[in-house]
Design a protein around this ligand. Structure first.
Ligand SMILES: [Zn+2]
Length: 457
């Protein structure tokens, strides 16, 4: 077996690695680069898409599945293997991404036309996504072996990161490997805790938070409650830029608990203003038996985190725009999570310059995004071509993270303790270096591969 590390070696987005064994060639993830690394999406694939037999997909985040439509357009004829919830969620995530790509291409086309240049094509469009979805044809549950040929088989284990997320165990004649995908944090609502890594010769592990602890979910819950209450009691609106998958559902879960306990001012209206998050929330409802025990119990009730009197789900653009002129008392959850597009951008433009309002960040903000600028304390930001003052109060609450933190990674990796090789992938360089330091202190020998490095396993 030979592995070539692509994508997520030394970057936090664009997860993708190539495995080759005999005539079999398959990918672990095929993700999009985001933020700072975006330009890499337009480079040629470093392998021939036609020669790839399978994509084994760990979960439905765009930085893990977002290049599949382009892979299909460029000749991939194989099958995508994912859990059933991952396939269902990826459909919405990819369609939404295609719409954004098309919009962006249109904007650039107008500019290109003014310069007398040919219009740029979107990275992929809705047609490419529809075609790609036909390839999501193998949907095993956790623990079910799938044979790929050449004596190679794979199975998924619960990674506890987002609904349906998986780590991948690969087994072949004379060897085995585990790919962590993105590893979840323990004790979070809805998702189950990550499983321990199965014993394997080699481990490929992410290190997004390899250099940092998070606060516990409980501490973050209190911080979140205090922030939201403070803004609402002062007559302002709370904006929550949120990832459509998992984070939004967790935020709804927390707001539901606050509402149920009477912790929010009366007449607070919680507004979910994200067509994508609404769609993924519907998928969550459908796959409620994949939740942890507490989640399953809660969601059996008719009044639950996805359906309660204080919650309004906004559908039309008109209804969304009307919020720009609404008074205080609203908690508005909208995407995208890093403020790089979607309805949150309009809400920020109309609300962030008012000091009574608040913006509560509950997710990772990559370098080069509007979200990162705001979190880092910019006094003015450019939003949709206009300079806007940042006067609203800004909170960053990191305990909602869907990623294991440094201590959790150290514990999980050392318990796995692979016998032949440990590779750290998928994290900013300093996070991976720091994690490697911690692992060396525990007697392990981690390697941080460069993109394009190959190793015979
Ligand atoms: Zn992820």
């Amino acid at each position: 077996m030979k592995i070539t590390f692509w994508g997520a070696a030394k970057t936090v987005t664009g997860s993708c690695h190539l495995l080759e064994h005999g005539s079999l060639r398959f990918l672990l993830d095929c993700g999009l680069f985001q933020g700072h690394d975006e330009a890499r999406n337009r480079q040629d694939f470093p392998f021939d898409p036609e020669g790839i037999d399978y994509v084994v997909l760990s979960h439905a985040h765009l930085d893990h599945c977002g290049m599949i439509p382009r892979l299909v357009r460029e000749g991939f004829r194989g099958q995508v293997i994912s859990t059933p919830p991952t396939a269902a969620i990826a459909k919405h995530i990819l369609l939404d991404a295609a719409h954004l790509q098309e919009e962006e291409a249109e904007r650039h086309a107008r500019r290109a036309a003014r310069r007398g240049e040919p219009p740029p094509a979107p990275l992929f469009d809705v047609g490419d996504v529809l075609e790609a979805l036909d390839h999501f044809s193998l949907r095993p549950g956790y623990g079910e072996w799938v044979s790929l040929g050449e004596g190679v088989r794979i199975r998924f284990h619960d990674a506890g990161h987002v609904l349906g997320s998986a780590m991948v165990e690969v087994s072949w004649d004379g060897g085995s490997l585990v790919f962590s995908g993105d590893l979840g944090s323990r004790g979070r609502p809805i998702v189950r805790d990550p499983e321990p890594a199965p014993k394997a010769d080699y481990l490929l592990c992410e290190g997004t938070y390899g250099d940092r602890p998070h606060k516990s979910f409980q501490e973050s819950f209190v911080e979140f409650r205090d922030a939201v209450r403070e803004v609402l009691q002062g007559g302002g609106n709370v904006l929550i830029p949120s990832f459509a998958l998992e984070r939004t559902q967790e935020v709804l879960y927390v707001l539901f608990l606050l509402w149920r306990e009477g912790d929010l001012p009366k007449r607070t209206e919680i507004v979910l203003d994200s067509p994508l998050a609404s769609a993924t929330t519907r998928v969550f409802r459908r796959y409620a038996d994949w939740f942890d025990e507490e989640g399953r119990k809660l969601f059996r009730e008719p009044v639950n985190p996805f359906s309660f009197p204080a919650l309004r789900i906004v559908r039309s653009v008109e209804e969304s725009k009307a919020l720009n002129h609404a008074g205080g008392g609203h908690v508005i959850i909208a995407g995208s999570g890093m403020c790089t597009g979607g309805r949150i951008v309009h809400h920020l433009r109309h609300q962030i310059w008012k000091e009574e309002n608040g913006v509560v960040f509950v997710g990772y903000q990559a370098r080069g995004t509007l979200g990162r600028e705001i979190v880092e304390g910019a006094k003015k930001v450019r939003i949709l071509g206009e300079e806007v003052a940042v006067r609203a109060r800004i909170w960053t609450i990191n305990g909602f993270s869907a990623h294991a933190d440094r201590e959790e990674l150290l514990g999980w990796i050392s318990a796995a303790s692979p016998s032949k090789g440990l590779f750290l992938v998928h994290g900013e360089e300093r996070a991976l270096e720091s994690l490697a330091g911690g692992l060396k202190a525990k007697g392990l020998s981690p390697v941080i591969p460069d993109p394009g490095d190959s190793v015979a396993l």
